[in-house]
Every structure is written in C-alpha cells, then in structure tokens.
Design a protein around this ligand. Structure first.
Ligand code: C2E
Ligand code: CA
Ligand code: CA
Length: 587
C-alpha cells in the first residue's frame, strides 16, 4: 500500500505556504511522530514517524484522527505544559501540543512510551512474585483460589487447599542463621513445585507458610496421596553452608465445597487444620473437620473471658498438700490456679493454661498466682500453720520472659515471704528449650534463694547431664509413672529408678498423683521422700486448706520400709481425722 504523503496533503489545503514550510522543515527530521492539525482537526502535516502512526488509524488516506485523540488533543494546554497518554493498538504515546497559530493550527508531538509502560507493568507483576522463591504471593494465590472455586462451583467439582508450614522453622532460623533459613525456603518451594501436576497452583503465603490449590482432586484419596508425597519430599535433608538441616512440614487441608463456601474461609480452615497438625507433633497432614472450628471458637471465647477474669481478679488459687513420707508431716503445698467462670463453669487449667501461654496472658496470670501464693504462705506461716513451703508452677513462657527475675524479686519484697519458702516448678522441656539462656535464669533464681523443682519428670528429655548442671533441688515423678505401680510386673520400675536417680544427685523426689494405698506402700518402700495426690488430699480452696491443716494429725508414725502389711488407709484416716469426705467436694 502506498504511504499517504501528508506534506502533499497539507500543501494542497494550506493557504499559508510560509507557515507550513517552516514547520515542515523543523519537524520532518524528528524521529518521533510530529503532526499538525488545523482548526477542524484535519491533519495538515505529518513527519515520517507520524504518517506511519496515522496510517494505523485510517489505513486508506488517513487524514482524520480518531475522536478520542482529537478530544484529548483539544483539551491539552499548549506549549507542552500538559500531557495526555493515548494508545494505538499495543503502543502507548505521551502527547503534548505546541501553541495554536492564528489560524488555529496546532502541532502535536507524540512520544512513544510503550517500553517504559511495559517495564512498569513487569515490575508490578514481579511484585506479585515472592522474591526469594519466585512463587506467587498471597494476594495472587487468593485471586487464583477465587477463580478455581468459581469454576468448581459451576461444574460441581471439588477443589482442595493445602497449607504447608515448616516445622520448627523459627528454631532453624535462629540456630542455623537466616541464610540457611532462606535456603530451606527455596528448597521447599522447589520440592513443592516438583510434586505438582501442571494444573495445581502453588504460592508462598508468607514466612514459612506455603499453599497449594488442587483443582479437581481425585477425592479425599487423591488429596491424601498428594499430601503424603509432599510430606515425604519435604523430609529430605537440606545442605546449607552451616551444615545439614533435617526439615519436616505440617500440612492442613480444606476441601471445597464440604469445608467452606468461599476462598477466605477455605484458606482459614486449612490453616486451622495446619495448627492442629503442628500441635500434634507435625511432620504429617490433617484434614479440616468441623469440630476443629468449634474448638477454635471456644479458644477465642475462653481467651477473651480469661483476660477479663485476670483483669477483674476473678481467679483463685487452690493448694494441694504435700506429705513427707519419712515424717508423716505436711511440709508444703502446690499452688494451682482455678478459674470458675459464671458462664463456662469450672474450666480446667489443662485447657486454659495453654491458651494463656499462646496469648501471653500467662505473664499477668502467672505473676498474680505467684504474689497470691507468696502472700498466703507468709500469712499461714505467721499464723503458725506451718512451716509451709509453697510450690508455684512456672510456664516456659514466663521462664523465657525477660522480667522473670525482677517479678520474683518484687513478689518476695512485697509479700515479705522468705525465699527459702518458695519453690518454682518448671518442666524439663521448658528448661531445655534454650539451655544457654536457661542456665542464666537458673543462676538468677538460685541467687535469690528460691529453689527449683523439675515438674512432670520423665515425660520430656530427661537429660541427666542437664540435671547435673543446673541448681535443681527436686524432681517430681509424673503421675503416669505412679499410675503404673501395681499395674504390671514391672509397674513402678520407672518410679523406683527416678527415686534412685534423684538420691544420687542429692535431690528430693516427690511422687505426683498418688491415689492408692498400694502406691503409698510402694513409694515408701523405695524411700521416695514426698508424695502429693488425692490419697492425701485434693487441691483445696483457702478455707478448706486451713481447716485441713488445723485438723491434720501429724503423728510421726512411720512404718519400717519393709513393713509390707502397714495399713495406709488407717494412717490416712489418722492424718485427716475422717474429714476427707468434706474435702472431696473440692476437685
Ligand atoms: P501439674 O503442675 O502437674 O499439677 C498437678 C495436677 O495434677 C493438678 O491438676 C492437680 O490437681 C492434679 N492432681 C494432683 N493429685 C492428683 C491425683 O491424685 N489424681 C489426679 N487425677 N490428679 C491429681 P490441675 O490443677 O488441673 O493442673 C493441671 C496443670 O495445669 C498443672 O499440672 C500445671 O501444669 C498447670 N497449672 C495449674 N496451675 C498453674 C499455674 O498457676 N501456673 C501455671 N503455669 N500452670 C499451672
Ligand atoms: Ca506442678
Ligand atoms: Ca506435674
């Protein structure tokens, strides 16, 4: 096709040859499109680049501009002061105009900005890709999920979301360094991608959380198989500059339409299943079930109400007596927090303490229990009820909290309780968690003159070397091992071994959860020093504890260790003067 020559066209229509020639001279060499339009909007001149451009508007002769161009050009202030962005097909132009001539002609300069625009769009697209792993980000994932669900809804098909979290990623990051953490994340992205079909979608949601959409899975079985493949792939060792990581991942799964109607809810439910998987030890996968949701709801409500109960000092502390087997006396008690809520009724600490730990409510809660227990113990000792030493439970979260030593110091100063009358119970796991930091805290506690007991002994790492290194004065044998006594031929073997172990380290040993005369006889036989459990007394509210202490018969009646026929039930009646029934009301 012949290129229309606008110089010719313009000259034909122009009455002012001088004006047009001046412009023609100055613009013809410009590499970018420059053209002139008259007062009617007809193109009078166009350089080479402009004539190319104008031909795309009207492939014939083409001296007319499209209306949107004309409208924009007419609106622009002259002298390049104002610019408009106009597009032709794939190309984008930045337009400005020069001053109008007397006859109303305007020169238009078009600057091709297509490249810049594409680059800017690329940058935007890149922003939706995670820089570290190259995977789509959460926002892209959410869009894709919404699209997949729309299709699934129309075609009556399933769609699955799998949310993947690396187990102990925080720990790996802290101990092996962030560079190693990054390598692990990149490897994870690669491994996930390799496990997928072309139609599956994978993204990094943030942190150590990834997600996969499986459109049209082959039922629960197909999803389960994929999850197993993922778990297996993510279990392979990863080498980094700082050594080898043995990773593992937890996977939470939610399926449309059974588990949720929309993308947000589906993702949320997969997250809940992921949390459950982690809570149950990780390195596995869990399908969302409706009960999980109910549990999460209850946790939310309990957390909210617990906060109020703490603020309004609605909690109580109950005290469970501890009995010295060698003297038959009550030497102290364990402080156990109680929450009796007007709506929820009695909520077990086994349920609300973990909630308090994740929400960090345990910090104010624990501090309140500590002060309350110290205050009460001081009061009881002053009243001649003792000597009584109080044991207070310390959560791992409190243990790691920087203010613990200050809080302890303040509680002692405020209540004037002698530090040797306070013992802190901490689980092995909490103490082992960060051994280096732990030893500094242990030392600080010892310096304050407060003693330490290892709670639930035998259920955690039970590391002998660490027991040796820390200033621990007592171990408490977990109830599970006490329950064993008399159950099987070897029942009680662990309770006996722990007692021997404690003695060899010069530590006192307390058996927990002692309920029967048979257990009493056994523990007495292995020279376990102290017992605590329903056999002696349940944890008691303040009034009942006082009554218990006042009526308790401390007759130092001791059976010989080999006296198998000793009647513990008779002795128990003696201790409690038959008041047991009354106390049993307080569980
Ligand atoms: P724990 O420290 O191992 O406390 C002993 C638990 O065993 C108490 O349960 C006590 O009531 C129960 N128990 C004592 N003797 C017997 C028995 O003979 N038979 C049976 N079946 N149970 C017995 P509780 O009070 O429900 O507390 C559960 C856990 O909650 C405690 O376990 C402790 O880990 C935590 N906890 C309780 N109060 C506090 C607190 O003030 N602070 C912190 N951080 N944790 C607390
Ligand atoms: Ca305890
Ligand atoms: Ca315990």
């Amino acid at each position: 096709m012949r290129k229309p020559d606008y110089r010719t066209v313009a000259n034909d229509h122009n009455t002012n040859a001088e004006e047009s020639n001046a412009v023609v001279d100055s613009v013809m060499e410009a590499p970018e499109p420059v053209f002139r339009i008259d007062a009617e909007g007809v193109v009078r001149y166009a350089n080479e680049a402009a004539s190319d451009l104008l031909r795309t508007f009207s492939p014939g002769l083409g001296s007319d501009l499209p209306t949107d161009w004309l409208t924009s050009i007419r609106k622009l202030a002259p002298n390049g002061d104002e610019r408009a962005e106009l597009s032709v097909g794939e190309r984008i132009f930045d337009i400005c105009v020069s001053a109008r001539t007397d006859s109303g002609w305007v020169t238009v300069h078009a600057h091709d900005v297509t490249h810049h625009k594409v680059a800017a769009l690329d940058a935007q697209r890149l922003a939706h890709l995670d820089v570290l792993t190259g995977l789509p980000t959460r926002s892209v994932f959410q869009d894709q999920l919404a699209q997949v669900l729309a299709v699934a809804r129309r075609s009556n098909r399933l769609a699955a979301v799998l949310v993947i979290g690396l187990d102990d990623f925080k720990f790996i990051n802290e101990t092996q360094g962030h560079a190693s953490g990054d390598v692990l994340l990149q490897m994870t992205a690669e491994r996930l991608s390799r496990c997928l079909r072309a139609t599956d979608i994978v993204a990094r949601l943030g942190g150590d959380e990834f997600a996969i959409i499986q459109p049209e899975p082959a039922g629960a079985e197909g999803i389960d198989q994929l999850a197993r493949r993922l778990n297996a792939a993510l279990r392979a060792p990863v080498s980094t500059e700082n050594g080898e990581i043995l990773p593992a991942a937890s996977i939470g799964i939610a399926v449309f339409p059974d588990d949720a109607e929309d993308a947000d809810e589906l993702l949320h439910h997969a997250d809940i299943a992921l949390d459950r998987c982690k809570a149950e030890g990780g390195d596995d996968h869990r399908f969302f079930i409706a009960e999980m949701n109910a549990e999460v709801q209850r946790r939310h409500v309990l957390e909210h109400d617990l906060r109020l109960a703490i603020d309004q000092e609605k909690l109580q502390v109950h005290y469970q007596p501890k009995l010295d087997l060698s003297t038959g006396r009550i030497t102290g008690m364990e402080a156990l927090v109680r929450w009796i809520d007007p709506v929820h009724g009695f909520v077990s600490p086994a349920e609300f303490i973990p909630i308090a730990e994740t929400s960090r409510l345990i910090i104010p809660l624990g501090d309140w229990v500590l002060r309350e227990a110290c205050r009460r113990t001081k009061q009881w000792n002053d009243a001649g009820l003792g000597p009584l030493k109080v044991a207070v439970n310390l959560s791992a979260v409190q243990f790691r909290n920087g203010t613990l030593l200050d809080d302890l110091r303040a509680a002692l100063a405020e209540t004037k309780l002698a530090p040797e009358l306070l013992e802190l119970e901490i689980t092995e796991t909490a103490a082992m968690d960060n051994a280096e930091q732990a030893s500094a805290v242990f030392a600080g506690i010892a310096e304050l003159g407060i003693s330490l007991a290892i709670d639930d002994f035998g259920t955690g790492y039970s590391s002998l070397s660490y027991l040796k290194n820390f200033p621990v004065q007592r171990i408490k044998i977990d109830k599970a091992f006490v329950d064993d006594i008399g159950q099987t031929a070897k029942g009680g073997a662990i309770a006996r071994a722990v007692t021997t172990l404690g003695q060899s380290f010069d530590m006192a040993v307390t058996a927990e959860g002692v309920e029967t005369a048979e257990q009493m006889a056994f523990l007495h036989g292995v020279a376990c020093q102290e017992v605590q459990g329903y056999f002696v007394s349940k944890p008691l509210p303040v009034d009942s504890f006082e009554e218990f202490m006042q009526t308790f018969d401390p007759s130092p009646f001791r059976p010989a260790p080999d006296q198998a026929s000793f009647d513990w039930n008779t002795q128990r009646r003696k201790w409690q003067r038959g008041l047991l029934g009354e106390f049993e009301a307080f569980a």
